[in-house]
Ligand binder design. Structure first.
Ligand SMILES: [Zn+2]
Length: 249
């Protein structure tokens, strides 16, 4: 309890300091203004307090440090979206926070929380909502092998993640309508648009491939990327466990 309080207050202060430094540097280059620097400090501080209290970051490996520093700087925009998701969860009577899938995992997971579409998990910053029944292995793997991939995409791509993801969704939807009009009348419009706007989004292609689910069943089979973009995480983990060389007798 005491260690948790110290971690929370400590990360709150350090998060606010990193955010202030980052936003201050951004102000020097592109004149974002003192309000932006102040808002950044608030978001960095609040994220540190909440994530520290929940023992979110995995300090035992470098991933935890990288995650915290990125969340408090380059990825502040999606971190603020994560705070919004945390706010929605805080207003629910039983958001179903899942400590066993969150502590030292570099993200926070809710059975309910922010979930605009029932039955679908959604990731905002470092917060994953709408996970549902985590007694099933399938739902747990959805968190560790798909949604967690989005958490890191947002960290690495920062503000560009928001622009690229939203931009692809809009342009993809428009392209889907045109594609349907010109050559896909045999398939329902909604399925063609979901394929072009959602499944073919490179961030989703990446996450579904890591999850070992490419091509996903909802995608129109012969549209877009046919093969996974990268190896499934389950396979990567499996090969790490194998002996590196011949075993000595
Ligand atoms: Zn996804």
């Amino acid at each position: 309890m005491r260690a948790t309080l110290i971690e929370s207050l400590g990360l709150g202060a350090i998060g606010a300091a990193i955010a202030t430094g980052f936003a201050g540097a951004a102000d020097q280059v592109i004149q974002v203004g003192p309000e932006f620097v102040f808002a950044a400090a608030l978001v960095g501080g609040a994220n540190g307090l909440v994530a520290g209290w929940r023992r979110t970051y995995a300090w035992r490996c470098s991933d935890g440090v990288i995650a915290f520093v990125l969340d408090s700087s380059w990825a502040l925009l999606t971190t603020s979206a994560g705070l919004f998701a945390n706010g929605v969860a805080a207003l629910q009577r039983d958001p179903g926070y899942l400590a066993e899938l969150s502590e030292r995992q570099n993200h926070q997971v809710f059975r309910r929380g922010f979930m605009p579409r029932s039955g679908y998990a959604i990731t905002l910053g470092n917060v994953i909502g709408g996970v549902g029944d985590t007694n099933s292995v399938r739902r747990r793997k959805l968190v560790t092998d798909h949604e967690a991939v989005h958490v890191w995409q947002a960290r690495w791509f920062g503000p560009a993640y928001v622009g690229l993801y939203a931009g692809w969704t809009l342009v993809g939807a428009a392209a889907g309508v045109v594609w349907w009009l010109l050559r896909r009348r045999s398939v329902p419009l909604i399925q063609v648009v979901e394929t072009t706007a959602y499944y073919l989004n490179p961030f989703e292609w990446w996450a579904y491939s890591r999850h070992g689910h490419w091509p996903p069943s909802g995608k129109v089979a012969d549209m877009g990327w046919r093969r996974p973009c990268c190896r499934p995480l389950a396979e990567v983990r499996g090969s790490r466990l194998e002996p590196a060389g011949p075993v000595a007798r």
